[in-house]
Design a protein around this ligand. Sequence first.
Ligand SMILES: [Ca+2]
Length: 343
Amino acid sequence: MEKTRIILDTDIGTYYDDAFAVMFAAQSPELIVEGVTTCYGDTHLRAQIAVKVLEAAGRSDIPVFKGIGMPMRGHALMFGFEGEGILEEGEEPQYEDQHAVDFIIETIMNNPGEIKVVTLGTVSNVAHAILREPRVVENIKELIIMAGVVIPIVDEKGVRRSPREEYNFNNDAIAAEIVLNSGMPITYVPCDVTLYTPLLKEDEERIRKANTPITEMATRILDLWPPQEKLIYTAVGIATEHTALWLHDPLVVMHAFDQTLLKLFPLHIATEYNLTPIERDMYVANANGQQDLLRTNPKKLPPNMDVALEVDGPRVSHFFADRLTAPLGNGVTKELETQGASL
Ligand SMILES: [Ca+2]
């Protein structure tokens, strides 16, 4: 089995699904996770959370690197559960000294055509890598992005999902523009598909019943999340009841090695935010017309990336639970074990 080499770039901590994605990756023998890098806001805290999740998965062999916290314009807001149920009071888990952007550049440039980068938050680290070393564009194998919305919808919680509200791109819109227009080979996995991947009740029950350090950690997150989500939505004026735990980020990790879950369509995705006062066909403004808002739009231009627009949701949920409930160490391959033994 040829393994897929990935770097997992994450804003782990704010929402529940990044931790789930790291757990899933740690338990997947098809992957070699070269490293986990953190983005957006308190990337030090996020790196510590990632170390703890990997430790629970028995995968402290995977190094963690702190990345860029500041968006290229504006500032970062932290408002999720931020490691509750994962980090204990006063503990300071250690991660690598090297900066995430240096690690990304070095890993790609030393392994041309081999490395896939999977982003689960802002694309800040990738944008900075491109600015520092433009040759990463030709040397990366693939960039798989979880972000954005192609066709605006209102989800089942009553939350409008459009380029205007979407979280990952808008948190660092300039970085998104640099990356999307870079010419890198991109697979773009927007909310159009991730909103069809709820964790099914039967699969949640399997996780709750399994008795390993990661299923116990996952269960703590499953318990903490609904009241946390209600707080977040209330704070932004959306009255909603918790209805689903979508597997946004694990889905992207799955696609890195299993291309049967998503149906991809080659599209041209263009980006723009309202830095100009001139109204155009793609212009979007918020109530006061001041906020930067990244748009993504399929246009009648040559395709520049593959866009996921259909997904087998139930299979994603089952696959996720299968991996989380597998014996710990499922992601460590025989080869790696042998290598480890001979060192
Ligand atoms: Ca995320």
